[in-house]
Design a protein around this ligand. Structure first.
Ligand SMILES: Cc1cc2nc3c(=O)[nH]c(=O)nc-3n(C[C@H](O)[C@H](O)[C@H](O)COP(=O)(O)OP(=O)(O)OC[C@H]3O[C@@H](n4cnc5c(N)ncnc54)[C@H](O)[C@@H]3O)c2cc1C
Length: 386
């Protein structure tokens, strides 16, 4: 059940818990028995063990994007995060978001200037380590600073769990709709194999490259020699496997937070199926779906409205456009087999094997009953039906 939010480790006054990667490449709390006093605070503040009823309701839905097209180019969707961050910084507030410290270190960071918010832009399709963030947020809030926290729904729920029953009027939470977080081990294996194939080192990965437009979403891989390669996300193996659910965190399949009403004050997503008038001047550079689930969220969007091209939308259109707004991602039935096969055979060989398997399964599903019977007989005889 653990979502790896890190609230338990941060709430422990004895530092008895630390977040460490497990064998599959996901963060989990690890306890040092010699430091644990057995007080149980970590369990009482866990958002998965103690469900808190938040005062949430879907109040408003919008389509929006940044009018400055050069800024819009550098964000994943319509850049509503950037407008929220700018507004918070202008109020001398603090912004928390996700950044790459290095290729294999993705974590939450703290920003007091807009420049420091730049690394938070664009989705990173990896699990972020919240480290000491929740403690820092508490300190900022108690000093009266305005705080914007951004992350996945489970991280937002983790932050609320960390606070227990305490609420803060100066905290705004903005979550990204999430398809799940993939394994760091798989990502590392993929990158190491790619480096061996290309005979050069990877420096950076840009998950949401808009060089072919927003809806031709690409992943760009930049190498240390200054070269780079970009391919459609849907055909780049590391992203294709992620979309297929081969290596997501166990808690992501059936995620509790991919449902309405949402956990955060504001929810952000790609508005892929948006059909309204805002498309006209967008030049295919990205439109955000914005859902406000609290009065605080509504008030916040009202304040930044003049910085956006924005129009109201309906919940029905939003749900039809964005699957994980109301429906949890599904874990692939091949997930465990994929991860154990990858340990022996590496990423690329495993990816090809499971893609082939899935394509055959799809073809079999389309067969008439007679065809299915033949496959069954061949299988029983131990023959390779591929
Ligand atoms: C792992 C992941 C899966 C997603 N899945 C979907 C999906 O299935 N459907 C959909 O419509 N949208 C999805 N999104 C959201 C979408 O990609 C955009 O992040 C969102 O629309 C905000 O875009 P923007 O242009 O406003 O902000 P951007 O400038 O792109 O800002 C990115 C925001 O995302 C946060 N962020 C970046 N990486 C992470 C991370 N690893 N964990 C937590 N927060 C992060 C940053 O802190 C920042 O607030 C996903 C995002 C992530 C990170």
């Amino acid at each position: 059940m653990c979502t790896g939010c890190g609230a338990c480790a941060q709430v422990c006054g004895n530092s008895a818990l630390s977040m460490e990667y497990d064998d599959e490449g996901f963060l989990y709390p690890v306890k040092d028995d010699s430091l644990c006093s057995g007080c149980g605070l970590c369990r009482r503040r866990c958002h998965m063990l103690v469900e808190r009823t938040a005062n949430r309701n879907t109040l408003r839905v919008y389509a929006a994007y940044l009018p400055d097209l050069s800024q819009l180019y550098s964000v994943s969707s319509g850049g509503v995060f950037w407008a929220l961050a700018r507004h918070t910084i202008e109020q001398h507030g603090v912004v928390y978001g996700v950044e790459h410290q290095s290729l294999f270190d993705v974590h939450h960071g703290r920003a007091e200037s807009l420049e420091q918010c730049v690394p938070f832009r664009r989705s990173k399709y990896l699990e972020s380590n919240t480290k000491e963030t929740f403690r820092q947020i508490k300190a900022d809030l108690e000093q009266g600073r305005q705080v914007l926290f951004t992350g996945t729904g489970c991280q937002v729920a983790g932050l609320y769990g960390f606070f227990g029953c305490k609420t803060y009027p100066n905290l705004v939470t903005a979550e990204v709709v999430c398809h799940g977080v993939p394994s760091m081990n798989v990502f590392k294996t993929y990158i190491h194999e790619l480096e061996a194939l290309r005979n050069k080192k990877v420096q950076e990965i840009i998950y949401r490259d808009k060089s072919r437009g927003w809806n031709q979403n690409c992943i760009r891989i930049c190498f240390t020699d200054g070269t780079s390669e970009a391919d459609l996300s849907s055909t780049t193996p590391i992203h294709r496997g992620y979309l297929s659910g081969y290596y997501s965190r166990p808690s992501c399949g059936g995620c509790r937070y991919a449902s309405l009403p949402r956990a955060a004050d504001i929810t952000l997503a790609d508005y892929w199926q948006y059909k309204g008038g805002l498309r006209e001047n967008n030049q295919n550079l990205g439109i955000s779906l914005v859902v406000c689930s609290s009065e605080k969220g509504v008030a916040c969007i009202e304040k930044i409205k003049h910085e956006l091209l924005i129009e109201p939308s309906s919940l029905e259109e939003a749900v039809n456009s964005c699957r994980h707004l109301s429906k949890a991602p599904e874990e692939s039935k091949y997930r465990n087999a994929f991860l154990s096969h990858m340990k022996k055979s590496g990423f690329h060989a495993t990816f090809s094997k499971f893609r082939r398997k899935e394509s055959i399964a799809r073809k079999i599903a389309k067969l008439n009953p007679f065809g299915k019977l033949i496959i069954k007989i061949l299988r029983n005889k131990g023959e390779n039906y591929e």
